[in-house]
Design a protein around this ligand. Structure first.
Ligand SMILES: CSC[C@H](NC(=O)[C@H](Cc1ccccc1)OC(=O)N1CCC(N)CC1)C(=O)N[C@@H](CC1CCCCC1)[C@@H](O)COc1ccncc1
Length: 327
């Protein structure tokens, strides 16, 4: 029951990656998010004003739909967006991986950011089921439901830079997708995230600074959020860079040459190419940085700007771990 699905960038800046998911034959474009654990969809139960531009799941058209009466969900994300609604189970298919009895969370309310993000028809959470928000009983993620039917209890992310489709694979590690060896690191599941301790950083050709960085691998977060020491060291090497409170982060002249950022994973040095760190135009001739401060979040987030530079294995075996390889 292994599967592979394309992950297509939503816009020119790779702000998020969307994947086709079929629920009892109805196909929606979902954002696979290793930073949350709810599978929720835009639905016909939303007010019509909130439905506009989205593909909607209609449970009344599904022969395998089973409502879970009295079950509810309510989620708020790190960027303040959120959604809530009711729950049922159905047959969910991602590439070649099909599962029955998967909890599908129907949105009856979504925040304005979701309404305006018309390419996004919902999220497929791939964090640990311990942080699923359904009450009175938390539900399993698609990966947890599928795990026992996969050749091995893993999924991989091979996201691409600028307008190229990548892939998520379930059940197999495709050795044609990476070079060299895979470095594995243990994961702490206490907070429900794919959380690990990074071993340090280097800016451009500078020397490597050893430091423990508590971070999560999060496909649902666009940028890299790291401690101020890293951010300061990085933008010190970018002429004209400064923190712009009106933009809510570091910006620099779009013409600037950006150094690579190396992030340590155990003894492996993962290199993020400098051009990946020019995220998008900000205002005038300034561009917005793909590396920003993690202050206020509580941990660092190695989001898409980092993940798309690597081949990443999310190993859900009895001792969960993350694997990274160059590509
Ligand atoms: C500091 S976690 C911020 C992060 N949300 C982002 O990364 C959004 C993603 C986005 C949204 C809409 C369009 C395009 C991209 O993008 C930006 O915030 N940016 C890109 C655009 C740029 N101009 C500003 C920065 C976030 O909540 N992720 C969660 C999933 C996310 C929710 C919003 C919809 C898309 C999926 C999730 O994994 C992490 O949840 C938590 C993290 C920490 N504690 C609690 C929850």
């Amino acid at each position: 029951n292994d599967g592979s699905v394309t992950a297509s960038p939503e816009d020119a800046y790779d702000s998020e990656y969307l994947c086709p998911v079929s629920i009892d034959g109805q196909t929606l474009a979902l954002d696979f998010d290793t930073g949350s654990a709810d599978l929720w969809v835009f639905s016909t139960s939303l007010p019509s004003s909130e439905q506009k531009g989205h593909t909607l799941f209609d449970p009344s058209k599904s022969t395998n739909w089973k409502a879970l009466s009295g079950y509810k969900w309510n989620i708020t994300y790190g960027d303040g967006s959120g959604a809530s609604g009711t729950v049922g189970t159905d047959v969910v298919t991602v590439g070649g991986t099909s599962v029955s009895g998967q909890a599908v969370e129907i949105a009856t309310k979504v925040s304005s950011a979701f309404v305006s993000d018309t390419a996004n028809d919902g999220l497929l959470g791939l964090a640990f089921s311990s942080i699923n928000t359904v009450t009175p009983k938390a539900q399993h993620t698609f990966f947890d439901t599928a795990k026992s039917s996969l050749s091995s209890p893993v999924f991989t992310a091979d996201l691409k830079h600028r307008q190229l489709p990548g892939t998520y694979d379930f059940g197999t590690i495709d050795s044609s997708k990476y070079t060299g060896t895979i470095t594995y690191i243990d994961v702490d599941t206490a907070n429900g995230f794919w959380e690990f301790t990074g071993s340090g950083y280097a800016v451009g050709s500078g020397s490597f600074v050893s430091s423990s960085i508590d971070a999560i691998a999060d496909t649902g977060t666009t940028l890299i959020y790291v401690p101020d020491a890293v951010v300061t060291a990085y933008y010190k090497q970018v002429s004209g860079a400064s923190y712009d409170s009106s933009q809510g982060g570091y910006t620099f002249p779009c013409s600037a040459t950006l150094p690579n950022l190396t992030l340590g994973i155990g003894s492996y040095h993962a290199v993020v190419p400098g051009q990946y760190i020019n995220y998008s135009p900000a205002s005038g001739s300034k561009c917005f940085g793909g590396v920003q401060s993690d202050s206020g979040i509580g941990f660092s987030i190695y989001g898409d700007v980092f993940l798309k530079s690597q081949f990443v294995i999310f190993d859900g075996s009895s001792t969960p771990r993350l694997g990274f390889a160059a590509k």
